[in-house]
Design a protein around this ligand. Structure first.
Ligand SMILES: C[S@@+](CC[C@H](N)C(=O)[O-])C[C@H]1O[C@@H](n2cnc3c(N)ncnc32)[C@H](O)[C@@H]1O
Length: 221
């Protein structure tokens, strides 16, 4: 089985000896990669829909990994058990992820690590988890079929961040690598296009966009 760059990047942030819950596992490619390629990993592959779970089951059986990957049908963290220490959610919007946590805040008590790859609203996700007892341990950008994805690893603990760190990511800001530049130059272009078509009467929206453009210029150029 060949895994794509995005899922491999997520998987490579998982620590050895972890018990993971993959929320929205779909095909379970990530779970298969984790138990096959990383040291001593167990996972629960869960999904809210029956179709993906059926596909996951057939992929897991084909690899003979039924003993190491448990399948669970359910919404968000409803499928989380007391022995899970790592939650992984990828391929969803940031606000859906926040909703998933809000629905089951008590389940976060036993969780040591959260690895997320939100498609949008990354700053909101960071603010939410930092407010609820996690800090940003690592951040990666990964390119897959012309898209650049962010992957953020949170660990339990307290840290404070500036607005700029929430916006760009504290680890990204320190590294400022090539992919980071590429990501924000693209973002800059789309914000400039948006600003050019937005009517002048949208005063507040224009103000926010201009602020973001200024911030990106300061950091990236
Ligand atoms: C776009 S796929 C992403 C699959 C995989 N995680 C990835 O990154 O490639 C989203 C999956 O999440 C599932 N999903 C959406 N909302 C969910 C929820 N609240 N709880 C569990 N699974 C959910 C969908 O059924 C779908 O299989």
């Amino acid at each position: 089985m060949k895994i794509n760059n995005r899922l491999k990047c997520i998987g490579d942030l998982v620590e050895a000896n972890s018990f993971c819950l993959d929320v929205g596992c779909d095909h379970a490619f990530l779970d298969i990669y984790l138990v096959k390629c990383k040291e001593n990993i167990r996972t629960i592959a869960s999904d809210v829909a029956e179709g993906p779970l059926k596909q996951a089951k057939s992929n897991i059986c084909r690899e003979g990994l039924e003993e190491k990957i448990e399948l669970r049908l359910g919404d968000g963290l409803d499928t989380c058990t007391s022995y899970v220490d790592t939650v992984i959610i990828s391929g969803m919007g940031g606000r859906s992820m926040i909703g998933i946590f809000k629905n089951n805040m008590n389940k976060l008590k036993n969780i040591k690590t959260i690895i997320l790859s939100p498609n949008n609203y990354q700053a909101d996700v960071k603010k939410f988890l930092v407010k609820n007892g996690f800090f940003i341990d690592d951040e990666k950008m990964v390119e897959e079929k012309k898209f650049i994805y962010q992957v953020i690893k949170f660990k339990k603990g307290k840290k404070h961040y500036s607005k700029k760190e929430y916006f760009f990511g504290p680890v990204f800001l320190q590294r400022k690598d090539e992919l980071f530049r590429k990501y924000y130059l693209r973002e800059l272009k789309s914000l400039e296009i948006l600003l050019s078509v937005l009517p002048k009467s949208y005063y507040y929206k224009r103000f926010i966009i201009k602020k973001k453009i200024k911030l990106i210029h300061e950091v990236v150029q």
